[in-house]
Design a protein around this ligand. Structure first.
Ligand code: HEM
Length: 493
């Protein structure tokens, strides 16, 4: 064949290939949910200003509807906006949307292990095991409620020692939830001055703050590029490795003293399960999984509850009328010395409403945690292609006017009926929905109620400035809304 004939044929082949690719991708594109036109490589990043991200996403839903497509860099993301779309995906078609998209920043260390990231049969088994163990299945004599009550008393003692001096409560408020997780994982609680404990919490706190910075979000988009550069992703990795190393020591100690008939905690239960399954080559229970899931529980169970408490105290100072009503209800139901228990919650509808309103108002994880499509998913009139990331935008539910008349105002009345009884609301979804909702919901709700009641039974919260000047705006909003740093005094009542 002559050269020019060959060249012509090759050109025709290329043109035909490109033509078919274009037609195919247009057809494919046509069934994607609508959305703003992306730029090559950058996607819609220039439109998604991280300081106003919640408002921008709200405006996009007004233009494109409750299901729309955006591109975060090269990654295609489907946003689900509002109660109906999120419920339809996560509950009505829940099995199709179960798949977790792991955060790349942690993937480098956990390598696809750990309950937050795993999928399929492994996730089912680890989740079932963890839920049962957290519900006190074979875990010593003390219930989780007793552990939380004891921790609440330790917290109050520590606050009494501040002698009403103003200070930043970040660390103290992290100590209590962190100790409860330590007690569940390895049956140990630390003194609030323990150097090692403070160091661990410092690392968790730093990681949660860094997780929301633009640099780490960039890492999540372009991990193979950014990992070679200097930057704060190295700090995150170093911190995760240290927490993991600490847990590894705990696992070793547990192995040396394990009594299969008397499991003391989560690590013991996991080690026993590993022994039971050691002849099963398909077993999902391995050292790697234990270390990764324990690290996940440690992180997920500390900073979430601690940040909610930090926002909560700030909101109660900003709204002294609400704080006064909380005091009044506590005095009436508990008096000044009786220790609160979960049974008291039904008798304290106002406090219950306040705890709900704090969580609604702050919408701590505005997008929950990312999911992805393990294969093409037909959803409404669209196709969500395999590999697409899915963000259920929970902030849009928690701040929906249909359910909360003034969504951007802090108002416990949102959860009370006309007679002052507690009133449930389906739109209260800070822990997500469906089969993959927060594993620690029960624990977190118990902790928030018991810590807030125990603190307010003993103290009045006093800000350094006029309440009207207190700024509640999160300092960062990414995966998590990060509360501003502030100081306050705990005045004994
Ligand atoms: C105020 C406190 C908390 C909030 C607002 C919160 C919220 C959430 C949310 C929104 C998710 C994502 C669920 C989804 O993908 O649909 C989640 C997952 C998770 N949470 Fe929480 N959480 C809190 C406290 C806790 C605590 C105390 C623990 C400790 C046990 C915990 C453990 C987990 C775990 C392990 C997952 C992953 C579940 C899975 O993928 O199967 N969380 N949480």
């Amino acid at each position: 064949m002559e050269l020019w004939t060959f060249t012509t044929l090759a050109l025709v082949a290329v043109v035909v290939f490109l033509f078919f690719q274009l037609v195919w991708s247009k057809g494919y594109q046509a069934r994607l949910p609508p959305g703003p036109t992306p730029l090559p490589i950058l996607g819609n990043m220039l439109q998604l200003d991280s300081k106003n991200i919640l408002t921008i996403l709200h405006k996009l839903s007004e233009k494109y509807g409750p299901v729309y497509t955006i591109y975060m860099g090269p990654k295609r993301v489907i946003m689900l906006h509002g109660y109906e779309a999120v419920k339809e995906a996560l509950v009505d078609q829940g099995d199709k949307f179960l798949h977790r998209e792991p955060l790349q920043i942690f993937n480098a260390i956990f390598k696809g292990n750990g309950i937050l990231s795993i999928n399929g049969e492994k996730w089912k088994q680890i989740r079932r095991f963890s839920l049962m163990t957290l519900k006190d299945f074979g875990m010593g004599k003390r219930t989780i409620e007793e552990r939380v009550q004891e921790e609440a008393q330790c917290l109050v003692e520590k606050l009494q020692n501040t002698n009403a001096q103003a200070f930043d409560p970040t660390f103290i408020l992290s100590c209590a939830p962190c100790n409860v997780i330590c007690s569940i994982l390895f049956n140990h609680r630390f003194d609030y001055d323990d150097e090692k404990f403070l160091h661990l919490m410092g690392m968790l706190n730093e990681n949660f703050r860094l997780l929301n910075t633009p640099w780490i979000q960039l890492y999540n988009l372009y991990p193979s590029l950014i990992k070679h550069l200097p930057g704060s992703h190295r700090t995150v990795h170093k911190n995760v490795l240290q927490v993991r190393g600490f847990l590894m020591d705990q696992v070793k100690k547990h192995e040396e003293t394990l009594d299969p008939k008397n499991p003391r905690d989560y690590i013991d239960c996991f080690l026993i399960k590993m022994q039971q399954e050691k002849m099963n080559p398909q077993s999902e229970f391995s050292y790697e999984e234990l270390l990764s899931t324990a690290s996940n529980l440690f992180a997920a169970g500390t900073e979430t509850t601690a940040s909610t408490l930090r926002f909560g105290l700030l909101l109660l100072m900003k709204h002294p009328d609400v704080q006064a009503k909380v005091h009044e209800e506590i005095d009436r139901v508990l008096g000044s010395s009786r220790r609160p228990s979960m049974q008291d919650r039904v008798k304290m509808p106002y406090v219950d409403a306040v705890v709900h309103e704090i969580q609604r108002y702050i919408s701590l994880l505005p997008f929950s945690l990312p999911r992805s499509a393990p294969q093409d998913i037909n959803f409404r009139d669209y196709v969500i292609p395999k590999g697409t990331i899915v963000f259920p935008f929970f902030h849009s539910i928690l701040h929906d006017r249909k359910a909360f008349p003034n969504p951007h105002q802090f108002d416990p009345e949102n959860f009370l009926d006309k007679s002052g009884n507690f009133q449930k609301n389906d739109y209260f979804t800070p822990f997500s929905m469906g089969k993959r909702l927060c594993l620690g919901e029960g624990l977190a709700r118990m902790e928030l109620f018991l810590y807030l009641v125990t603190i307010l039974q003993s103290f009045t919260l006093k800000p350094l400035v006029d309440p009207k000047e207190l700024d509640i705006t999160p300092v960062m909003t990414g995966i998590l809304s990060v509360p501003p740093v502030y100081k306050l005094s705990f005045l004994p009542r």
